[in-house]
Design a protein around this ligand. Structure first.
Ligand SMILES: [Zn+2]
Length: 315
């Protein structure tokens, strides 16, 4: 019997080029997440201060009002280092709002105003499309909203869309023109005693070549949350995508929340793009005009969505 199993498994594997990633493992709908991602790209870059940004923000609020029990908009104005007044908003969609045991998921919904990592120098002043960096995280959270509406969770769930993550150029303290929505949320929590049991920031989670390492600051600051998420991924057969190895330290929206004492980690595939043929450094689509829909996949959205939903179902 054992021999039979050993012989048959590789045969199954041969039919399935990506074992462990075929088909949904939960009620999460990766195709729907992709459609929500495309809907945002159709607005154009969601750069604060533009009409596309207003329209996309209205759309996110509308989508979540159709799904969540309560939706709160946090509107605020940020004055940039250059003296520009930016109208910003966070959208907080709450499921089972009376529950004291809560999990917080967040993602940023704005797009970067300049492709400052683009290989073509002439492109560097142009806003990025933000398929993976901005739109995919929102697609993920809206599709999670579908699942939570259909099967209300036993615990409380907060889905938070933060604005102004990617506006400025200085990702060091005091984070003058970046992480704006998460800084505002940390300073204006839904209640003074708001303490989710843990939180996860989902950012750049749809790369076709999905390889999510454990973000270094998350490992240092909230190791028990990292363990819980990577354990769940392994249980679902996704250990080759959620790789149990410490990666880079990424300055992202979890930083202000960690500083506030909330146990929030960053799930991010910062290595955006295919592996280089020779194993050397490959060009990255991060913060370039190449961050487009063809670089991301339903399969990656499904994998990450399965992990995200399974964590909520299990409390
Ligand atoms: Zn970015």
């Amino acid at each position: 019997m054992l021999t039979f199993l050993l012989l048959s498994l590789p045969l199954l594997g041969a039919c399935d080029a990506l074992p462990g990633a075929t088909g949904p493992k939960t009620a999460f709908d990766g195709n729907a997440a992709m459609e929500y991602t495309k809907a945002q790209l159709a607005f154009g870059p969601r750069v604060p201060g533009t009409l596309a940004h207003v329209k996309a923000g209205d759309w996110i609020t509308k989508m979540m009002r159709q799904r969540a029990d309560t939706v709160i908009e946090q509107r605020f104005t940020h004055r940039t280092l250059a003296g520009k007044e930016l109208p910003l908003r966070n959208v907080l969609a709450r499921f089972n709002p009376a529950a004291t045991q809560r999990i917080l998921y967040l993602t940023h919904w704005d797009t970067r105003p300049m492709a400052d990592e683009d290989r073509v120098l002439g492109n560097r002043g142009t806003p990025i499309p933000g398929a993976n960096d901005g739109a995919a995280g929102v697609g993920l959270l809206i599709a999670l909203g579908d699942a939570l509406k259909k099967t209300p969770p036993g615990i409380g769930v907060d889905l938070l869309f933060v604005d102004g993550e990617d506006y400025g150029t200085s990702f060091v303290p005091p984070y003058s023109d970046v992480l704006l929505g998460s800084q505002y949320f940390a300073a204006n929590l839904p209640s003074p005693d708001y303490r989710p049991i843990y939180g996860v920031l989902w950012d750049m989670i749809a790369d076709k070549d999905l390889n999510i390492l454990q973000e270094a600051r998350s490992v240092t600051s909230a190791p028990e949350v990292v363990s819980r998420v990577w354990q769940k991924a392994a249980e679902l057969g996704y250990a080759r995508y959620f790789i149990p190895r410490v990666g880079q330290d990424v300055t992202d929206d979890h930083v202000p929340l960690l500083a506030k004492g909330l146990r929030v980690i960053d799930v991010i595939d910062i290595d955006y793009g295919p592996p280089a043929p020779g194993g050397g450094a490959s060009p990255s689509f991060h913060h370039t005009l190449e961050d487009t829909i063809d670089k991301i996949s339903v399969r990656s959205l499904q994998i990450v969505g399965d992990v995200a939903l399974a964590l909520l179902i299990d409390g």
